[in-house]
Ligand binder design. Structure first.
Ligand SMILES: [Zn+2]
Length: 268
């Protein structure tokens, strides 16, 4: 337990260094490999200013500059693909956000901790990954809260439905206005996406890469939806990261505004 907390502290301090010291390209100390893509900056997302983000589903999205992208992964943790995605990200010193399915977190808690220990953000994607808009409201909210509690139990050893990082994405983007309002009132940011890989379809890793590139050529920035549970995505990741690097894209890492404030207090 003590070691785990030390690891998490080290990870937080590394993140704080990126936020408060570098204010630009991740430092050499943060990335052992030269000429890696790196994480260009950390964006603290305030749920009050950005309660719902993703231009495909909502009117507003994150304030990203031209050629800035955010990598998001859904449906994990799922061995061995999640580990492969983590290796690809580590190779390029890139930080992402993982939207976890609670029942998978309960099954693979050590993998949840591994994602966090590598500096990625842990977000939430329900307990059972069902379509929610047709569910009774209370049942859907219970499923959401149970998922958060399972992710937090794996992450922190405490079962709480107050998320450390208040980011949530509905399975299949299937929500209702009442559910969106309930999450907003709890200060939880609901994520849609700006572009996607269609990696739930039966396509090759090459085709998946082409899908992402085609959309990037048009949007030139945005939140990218991927699935670390998918073998084709795990296989594609090194090539996608090389493409981003070669074409001048910069990866932005998301944290919650509350976490960023906490880190600032720790340092001062
Ligand atoms: Zn999903």
């Amino acid at each position: 337990m003590a070691n785990r907390h030390l690891n998490r502290l080290a990870s937080w301090l590394a993140g704080a260094a990126v936020v408060f010291a570098c204010n630009g390209i991740a430092s050499a100390a943060d990335c052992l490999r030269q000429n890696a893509l790196g994480t260009s900056r950390v964006l603290a997302v305030d749920p009050k200013a950005y309660p719902r983000v993703g231009s495909n589903e909502f009117p507003k999205t994150l304030p990203l500059a031209d050629h800035e992208v955010v990598l998001t992964f859904d449906d994990g943790p799922r061995p061995p693909n999640t580990q492969k995605v983590l290796e690809a990200l580590a190779q390029e010193c890139v930080r992402a956000t993982f939207f976890l399915v609670g029942r998978s977190s309960a099954e693979f808690p050590e993998l949840v901790r591994r994602i966090a220990s590598q500096g990625h953000s842990i977000a939430h994607h329900s307990w059972s990954h069902q379509m929610m808009s047709k569910m009774p409201f209370e049942q859907a909210m219970d499923d959401i809260h149970r998922g958060i509690a399972a992710d937090e139990l794996a992450l922190e050893g405490v079962s709480t439905n107050v998320p450390s990082t208040p980011f949530f994405r509905f399975p299949h983007f299937d929500s209702s206005p009442a559910m969106l309002d309930a999450l907003q009132s709890r200060g939880i940011v609901v994520f849609g996406t700006d572009l996607w890989a269609s990696d739930w379809e039966d396509i090759s890793p090459d085709q998946e890469l082409m899908n992402v590139i085609a959309q990037l050529e048009s949007t030139r920035k945005g939140i990218i939806l991927l699935h670390d549970a998918q073998a084709r995505t795990a296989a594609m990741m090194p090539a996608l990261l090389r493409y981003l690097h070669k074409n001048g894209y910069r990866v932005v890492h998301l944290v919650s505004a509350a976490q960023a404030e906490k880190k600032a207090e720790t340092r001062h």
